[in-house]
Design a binder for this molecule. Sequence first.
Ligand SMILES: Nc1nc2c(c(=O)[nH]1)N[C@H]1C(S)=C(S)[C@@H](COP(=O)(O)OP(=O)(O)OC[C@H]3O[C@@H](n4cnc5c(=O)[nH]c(N)nc54)[C@H](O)[C@@H]3O)O[C@H]1N2
Ligand SMILES: Nc1nc2c(c(=O)[nH]1)N[C@H]1C(S)=C(S)[C@@H](COP(=O)(O)OP(=O)(O)OC[C@H]3O[C@@H](n4cnc5c(=O)[nH]c(N)nc54)[C@H](O)[C@@H]3O)O[C@H]1N2
Ligand code: SF4
Ligand SMILES: [Mo]
Length: 753
Amino acid sequence: MSGERLAYRTCPLCEATCGLELTLAGDELQTIRGDRDDVFSHGFICPKGYALKELHADPDRVRTPLIRRPDGSFHRTTWDEAFELIAQRLVPLLAADRNAVAVYLGNPNAHLFENLLYLRVLARALGTRNIFSASTVDQFPKQMASALMFGTGTSVPVPDLDRTQHLLMLGANPLASNGSLMTAPDARGRLRALRASGGKLVVVDPRRSRTAEAADEHHFIRPGTDAHLLFALVHVLFAEGLADPGERLSGITDGIQTVRELAEPFTPEAAASVTRIEAGTIRRMARELAAADRAAVYGRIGTCTQEFGTLASWLVDVLNVLTGNLDREGGAMFPMAAAGHGNATGLPGRGRGARFGRWHSRVRGLPEIFGELPVACLAEEIETPGEGQIRALITSAGNPVVSTPNSGRLDRALGQLELMVSLDVYVNETTRHADVILPGPSPLRRSHYDLALYQFAVRNVAHYSPAALAPEPGVPDEWVTILRLTGVAAGLGPSADLSALDDSVARAAVERELSMPGSRIEGRDAEEVLAALEPRVGPERLLDLMLRAGPYGDAFAGEGDGLTLAALERAPHGIDLGALAPRLPDVLRTASGRIELAPEPVVADVARLRQSLAERNGHGLVLIGRRQLRSNNSWMHNLPVLVKGKPRCTLHVHPDDAARLELLDGEPARLRSRTGTVVAQVEVTDAIMPGVVSLPHGWGHDVDGTIQRVASENAGTNSNVLADELLLDPLSGNAVLNGIPVQVAPVRQPAAV
Ligand SMILES: Nc1nc2c(c(=O)[nH]1)N[C@H]1C(S)=C(S)[C@@H](COP(=O)(O)OP(=O)(O)OC[C@H]3O[C@@H](n4cnc5c(=O)[nH]c(N)nc54)[C@H](O)[C@@H]3O)O[C@H]1N2
Ligand SMILES: Nc1nc2c(c(=O)[nH]1)N[C@H]1C(S)=C(S)[C@@H](COP(=O)(O)OP(=O)(O)OC[C@H]3O[C@@H](n4cnc5c(=O)[nH]c(N)nc54)[C@H](O)[C@@H]3O)O[C@H]1N2
Ligand code: SF4
Ligand SMILES: [Mo]
């Protein structure tokens, strides 16, 4: 057809960062396919990528600001009116107490660079300590362990997937999730290649997941006991003289002997009784790991969202060090992102280290971590009267009523707020409580750069996509909306001069960079740098600064082939910056300038693990989750292409448990935990281990007041009604979302009349 054109962009939906090829005609999107020329994904795409077409067209997607009426219905309004209302109600609350206004940041922000860059600015202007995010129902244990060992929360070693010969994977299912803290488009293809080249994939999971099915070996593990298994592997390495970090790592690592002592009680026999993996198997796993030429241990959601999340995450990298696989080809390596990487800025090899607990939550006294408080304490901070009570909440791209523990309590708490403002594109379980909803544009109308995810990529790449379609009239870029809120928070009123405000944001960013010891543009002239960034504004100006001052950048030298945003604009399929390369010791930002293999807070927490070794009865039924290829957490169930077919929100039950509990396949069952009760449809399957049931998260769309017609008809069950907000991994404040004690009983249908 004439008038057709192609556009290329990165898929913004998950961590895999696939390149998409869009066929467009005028303002219409015709087709989406994988971009075969993408330097990283080489044409790979998943069903969610195709679903962008329905997301773009979804009539329920919010396209104008909405204001909630007293009866709970929403009416459309203008941006000016919406901001007048926000200013009127937010400013007095802030004037009385900055901490009265809380923020919750959801997962999509990690994929939206403009949000990442400008939400920081908003948070600073609000000046509140009540910052919450999806990170405390996700990866904080890994980031905590990384910060303690290597000095920054983004110094997360990722498996060098394309070159490893032995991958031990715990609590991850990349064949469904497409990878996490391991940005690797087409994880399935890469794992297949690993095995085809003679490598071995070993999966540890309470479920025989899709990834487990595609592995050489799968071991069922009792939920929440990965740290016991990992410690037992460490124990065997020492006991059998297999612990050998090599000269390179030994010379820069502290605490090896402490780890050896800590591992002593965790014999394979002791671990076997807790994990249900046989002692002989544990010994073999350790020997094979040690013997492999190039091996990596990798753990994800299953090892984080549990009561020993930080310990398990730490032990993953203890094993990578003890086997000499940290920071070497085919092992677990540190990516070097082109922009924004905390371990690639400033002076190399040493830093301030990790600092936590600078303030505490008001009610439970939980420590601040990476500038945030655990979202598991959000509800109590809203409910509990007194100074510092949360009276207003701003959410950005988050659905905590579905995604955080004890959802029922949070749902009720949100109803008590004096003001709630949601930056969101749906009226869903959370945003139905908002007084004002401010929408962002369709993904096709926004530019994209994976500022966060390239920090965890299995290859160093950079890819910028301009917006594929022109802005929709009346829907500003999301950074503009965030900046306008910032204006309100800063006392500049509902109609602040946003371009002046943006100039000051850019100037502050330039000045910070110029005054940073070790910066490639340290001491240069701010005016000169700002002039070189012209005529860019907004997130593109900040990104260009980061890229040019970054490790591959042109350092504003005006010559050579250093990376700039302009160079990325000329490369619609992305730029490959090469395979991961060793980065030690420069990558370290610990205060000692060494790898801290036995950081003090972690060592102190081992007592709790030892105690569980002694105490654990481990007989009761526990609930875990699971991800599904055609879901994206809670928010894409309104797209027919992703929910068609038979219902997927089923409760997996092992045949032995089903027989014992008289549960029948296809029939409803009632699940009960300390925090709530839900009903779900039973699916009897031996893909789950006995004593464990599994319900996917992100469902439960059958509540009043939402505007998601397709999702409401395919509602499923909200598993987080059952998750206990009082159970946390104490080191990271992360919620325990796997291994929740539950009782399950059949719901007998009344006999047919
Ligand atoms: N299709 C799809 N892709 C997604 C998402 C999505 O919702 N849908 N979400 C994205 C997000 S936000 C994230 S963080 C990533 C997560 O990516 P992954 O970490 O790969 O997530 P899951 O697929 O949930 O895999 C977790 C596995 O841990 C297992 N598990 C549960 N408890 C335990 C335990 O105690 N020990 C062990 N060893 N295993 C356990 C579960 O059975 C499950 O198979 O996925 C991202 N990608
Ligand atoms: N039981 C259990 N619970 C879990 C997990 C689990 O494995 N088990 N996983 C946890 C994990 S890893 C995560 S990351 C969290 C996710 O938790 P959340 O981030 O709170 O939830 P999401 O479902 O990702 O919700 C995303 C929100 O962003 C909105 N949105 C989408 N696109 C845009 C946009 O362009 N702009 C704006 N402003 N909004 C947008 C959507 O409408 C939706 O409201 O859930 C956690 N909860
Ligand atoms: S794997 Fe992730 S990034 Fe790739 S197409 Fe699917 S949702 Fe998009
Ligand atoms: Mo996540």
